[in-house]
Design a protein around this ligand. Structure first.
Ligand SMILES: Nc1ncnc2c1ncn2[C@@H]1O[C@H](COP(=O)(O)OP(=O)(O)OP(=O)(O)O)[C@@H](O)[C@H]1O
Length: 314
């Protein structure tokens, strides 16, 4: 796949100080967001965090109350006609043609593009060839989801907005969609995706932005986010009741060392090779043989829950 030629901008999407209210609900609260051109950015956040509202302002479906929104250098609120042919939007629910057959629907959308992808190729890539003659409303949920993705891509967009692209898909279809998103990135297409699946964000995204209550609470590459701060835990087993004073003295400041359960010891903090060496040297000094020593890295989900809390959102 190759994309339409266009004036390249460093950031395909740029939001500065954006606010959006719905009555008394402040859905987006002074949001700053940048999606570098040609990268995949995953927008994460609990239910109601403001992800869809943010994406809809970028697509031109909603107008910001305050702040600037620029997409491919254009203002989606006032330049939607120029923007539309250059972006792909994954609509849920079949858009305007729920009675149309899958293949027809895709061909119809392709007609609006100057340089569309081959609809048949796209159907076959997404495993939908057998469903080409099936009316949209009779497709399974997973087929509808894949067709929505095909519709977003058929116009060969420079930038694609994917709202939970693999929600409800089985494992096989999920891999297909992931492969397609990777192919888009290789072709220089910018992708802004929202997802609730941490493994998806970690696997696909160059950058992750975590938002909550309409503002950014963390951002960076998946590795930067999971490595930041107190990042891990080392756990080992040894005879119960060992005196940990010497170990605490040997470790740098800020590490938390304790016997979590009888004979199960933990060291919390950034687990470096030097920390591992300090722990095993202490064991040698104490003349104890540790068993089951393991280093556990914080996952993206751990970080996400630390930042956004564990209580259910409305
Ligand atoms: N049209 C609307 N009218 C009133 N309130 C709205 C409207 N759209 C969104 N909201 C509210 O704005 C807040 C942000 O909603 P939004 O849909 O952007 O969150 P989200 O992060 O996409 O959530 P989810 O993960 O559940 O899809 C929520 O409190 C929501 O109830």
């Amino acid at each position: 796949m190759t994309t339409q030629s266009s004036k390249p901008t460093a950031h395909a999407v740029q939001l500065n100080g954006v606010y959006k209210r719905f009555g008394s609900t402040l859905a987006v609260n002074g949001l700053d967001l940048e999606v570098p051109t040609g990268t995949v950015l995953a927008l994460l956040g609990p239910n109601g965090a403001g992800k869809t509202t943010t994406v809809e302002m970028c697509e031109g479906f909603l107008n910001a109350d305050e702040g600037t929104v620029r997409v491919l250098g254009l203002d989606p609120a006032t330049e939607r006609e120029k923007l539309s042919p250059r972006i792909g939007v994954m609509l849920q629910g079949g858009g305007a043609y729920p009675g149309a057959r899958a293949g027809e629907m895709l061909r119809l959308i392709a007609q609006y593009s100057q340089n569309p992808l081959d609809p048949q190729w796209l159907l076959s890539t997404l495993g939908l060839s057998d469903a080409a003659r099936t009316p949209y409303r009779r497709l399974s949920g997973g087929q509808q989801q894949r067709l929505a993705l095909a519709c977003a891509l058929v116009g060969r967009p420079e930038l694609v907005f994917l709202d939970e692209p693999t929600a409800g898909l089985d494992a096989q279809a999920r891999i297909l969609v992931w492969e397609l998103i990777e192919a888009l990135r290789r072709d220089g297409v910018t992708v802004l995706l929202t997802t609730h699946m941490m493994d998806e964000a970690e696997y696909l995204a160059d950058h992750i932005v975590i938002i909550d209550h309409g503002r950014v609470v963390d951002s960076g590459t998946p590795t930067e986010i999971t490595r930041r701060g107190a990042q891990g835990q080392l756990q080992f087993m040894a005879p119960p009741g060992l005196n940990l004073t010497l170990l605490r003295d040997a470790l740098p400041e800020g590490y938390l060392t304790r016997e979590a359960n009888a004979g199960v010891y933990t060291v919390e903090g950034e687990i470096t090779p030097q920390v591992l060496c300090t722990v095993t040297a202490w064991c040698a000094q104490m003349n104890v043989l540790t068993t089951n020593l393991r280093v556990e890295q914080r996952t993206l989900e751990d970080v996400f829950l630390d930042l956004t809390g564990r209580e259910l959102r409305g």
